[in-house]
Design a protein around this ligand. Structure first.
Ligand SMILES: Nc1ncnc2c1ncn2[C@@H]1O[C@H](COP(=O)(O)OP(=O)(O)OP(=O)(O)O)[C@@H](O)[C@H]1O
Ligand SMILES: [Mg+2]
Length: 261
């Protein structure tokens, strides 16, 4: 089943947050979802209050499966019903291994194909830096979603990403959706950036669709601190937070309905 990558070479634009909620949205519908954290910060675990899986043991990372030291079941953590996450120990070291030991690349591809058999979706969360690991995973992805922050640095990040794809020979045609983040309906700057982004997308990724922008909502940080996903049936401690969370959920449901993957 499809491998969907969420990527951008700019840090802190909301890649992991977007991916976490998109994955949970599918899992909540009863589809089986696997998230591979190709980012050794493993921040995706935080969104679901599952950090305990990251620190508890040091022999159950993706690298251990790749090295043949354990079984797939040992490295897959259940973060929510139907939603599983794999953690990575050291992205740079893993990339070096893939560069120096070529057979490891086919092993990596085989592992992803193996997981495809058991899951309806495999989502991959990337760090903003690029490496051999990034190239291979983007290359084997069926669909790529580019997250672009709606400010000057965010737009630069989009151009850097296009440059990176071109330099690394990654097929830009796989970029199916552009996900603008940091939006505010009445602020001038993000609206100006959205217009510029539309022009750039027409030029560089004309086949990609720009989905409705994700709004900047401070309560998202609070939720992640609490390990609560917007798709959890969790009652928030105050009416204010509950109203905000419901609003975010409603917006995301509408945005996700635009994504056909
Ligand atoms: N829509 C949003 N509104 C407000 N804050 C948000 C939103 N989305 C994400 N954030 C916050 O912004 C910060 C960065 O988000 P996130 O970790 O998802 O970005 P990232 O692109 O994955 O970062 P990195 O490049 O470091 O992996 C986090 O503190 C997160 O809680
Ligand atoms: Mg991230």
């Amino acid at each position: 089943m499809p491998v969907v990558s969420v990527f951008c070479k700019k840090g802190g634009v909301g890649k992991t947050t977007f991916l976490g909620y998109l994955a949970h949205y599918h899992a909540a519908k009863g589809q089986r979802v696997l998230i591979l954290s190709a980012d050794d910060q493993n921040s995706i675990f935080k969104i679901f209050g599952a950090e305990k899986f990251v620190g508890e043991r040091d022999d159950n990372y993706f690298e251990h499966l790749l090295a043949g030291e354990c079984q797939p079941n040992d490295i897959v953590f259940e973060a929510r019903p139907d939603m599983y996450i794999i953690k990575t120990l050291n992205t740079d070291r893993l990339s070096l291994t893939l560069t120096l030991r070529r057979p490891q690349e086919s092993k990596l591809r085989q592992l992803i194909d193996y997981f495809r058999r058991f899951f309806d979706y495999i989502f991959i969360d990337f760090p903003p830096s690029s490496s051999r690991l990034t190239e291979i995973l983007l290359d084997l992805s069926d669909d790529i979603l580019l997250v672009v922050g709606l400010d000057t640095l965010g737009l630069d990040g989009f151009i850097n990403t296009i440059q990176y794809f071109t330099d690394s020979d990654i097929d830009l045609g796989k970029v199916r959706y552009i996900v603008p983040t940091g939006y505010h309906p009445i602020k001038l700057a993000p609206n100006t950036c959205l217009k510029k982004l539309k022009t750039q997308v027409k030029t560089y990724t004309p086949d990609a669709k720009i989905i409705s922008p994700i709004k900047e909502k401070a309560v998202i940080r609070n939720l992640q601190e609490m390990g609560v996903s917007v798709f959890d049936e969790h009652q928030m401690p105050s009416k204010f937070h509950q109203k905000n969370r419901d609003e975010i959920k409603r917006d995301l449901l509408s945005t996700f309905s635009e994504i056909k993957i």
